[in-house]
Design a protein around this ligand. Structure first.
Ligand code: NAD
Length: 295
């Protein structure tokens, strides 16, 4: 069993860290929020004084931080993880960040002889608690093999996507599909309303026709057809509008940098920005239906 420094004990990080402890690892938790540290202590995790201090004791460092600047700061800042970790330590960044940050931090870490993976997740807070996350992993074969048992304690599906940054690439490509398809399904329901077509009838037909997709059949944006979808509880998340917006912006940033044409991704980013700007950033992203319906 390993000693694991877990940095970032928020909505996702705390349940992930708990699953590592449950699997028998020694987990040293670090966060800048006193409330989150208290919750971690209550769950029986050790408390690290700082990211650097925890990394100095660890075989593996896992980070679950809000965004790219936090990840750069924790790894590359003065007295940070790269400066303090023991030789041979494995770093796993599971935050969702831009591809450029993932590659820059990996280059700095491997340049000092460490192993590093970008390993963002899908599955949300529920998947984090249940230990059923999907990990999309970018980095070397050696790092992946070493990380696998650690990731398996937190997730069910672990896919090695390729070299450094490809885990983040997979995450933003997947979420771009989701953002666009949720807008498309919502547009169809809004049109159906105006045409006098019953919502359940559209669902029954489309879910068995070529319009079938996850946004329709697992996460339907109108109340009724899929009882578990956030539409049935006033669009309480789930996966918030502002989180989807963050991922769509990362996709646009990557597309600009790589010279890729993503016109629908750009349109989706604009739509979720409008939804957020209208004060609905904390609702579930399927609330895009309410905006397209004119509410
Ligand atoms: P969160 O804001 O709840 O947690 C982030 C934690 O990092 C907070 O506790 C914060 O205090 C801590 N933190 C910030 N700066 C720090 C620093 N310098 N040192 C130590 N701790 C620091 O966010 P979350 O929902 O847990 O998401 C974390 C990451 O996972 C994000 O990148 C997000 O995009 C991604 N993600 C979230 C979900 C989800 O459903 N919540 C799903 C998939 C991916």
């Amino acid at each position: 069993m390993s000693t694991i420094a877990f940095i970032g004990l928020g909505n996702m990080g705390l349940p992930m860290a708990k699953n590592l402890a449950k699997a028998g690892h020694r987990v040293i938790g670090v966060d800048v929020s006193e409330a989150n540290l208290a919750a971690a202590a209550e769950a029986g995790l050790e408390r690290g004084a700082s990211a650097g201090d925890a990394a100095a004791e660890a075989d593996v460092v896992v980070t679950m931080l809000p965004a790219g600047p936090h990840v750069r700061g924790v790894y590359l800042g003065e007295g940070g993880v790269v400066a303090r970790a023991k030789p041979g330590t494995l770093f796993i960044d599971s935050s969702t960040v831009d591809v450029e940050t993932a590659r820059a931090v990996e280059t700095a870490a491997t340049g000092k002889g460490f192993l590093m993976l970008d390993a963002p997740v899908s599955g949300g807070v529920g998947g984090a608690a249940a230990g059923t996350l999907t990990f999309m992993v970018g980095g070397s074969d050696a790092a992946f093999e070493k990380a696998k048992p650690v990731l398996e304690a937190m997730g069910k599906t672990i896919v090695h996507a390729g070299g450094p940054g490809t885990g983040q690439a997979a995450k933003i490509c997947n979420n771009m599909v989701l953002g666009i398809s949720m807008a498309a399904v919502s547009e169809a329901f809004a049109l159906a309303d105006k045409l006098g077509l019953d919502r359940q009838k559209l669902f029954d037909i489309s879910s068995k026709s070529s319009g079938q997709c996850w946004a329709l059949t697992s996460y339907c944006p109108v109340p009724g057809p899929v009882p578990t979808s956030p539409a049935n509880r006033d669009y309480q998340p789930g996966f918030a509008v502002d989180m989807m917006l963050k991922d769509l912006k990362l996709a646009q940033q990557a597309a600009h940098a790589a010279g890729a044409a993503t016109p629908l991704g750009a349109q989706a980013a604009a739509l979720y920005q409008m939804l957020s700007s209208s004060g609905r950033g904390n609702l579930d992203f399927s609330a895009i239906f309410t905006m397209l319906r004119g509410a």
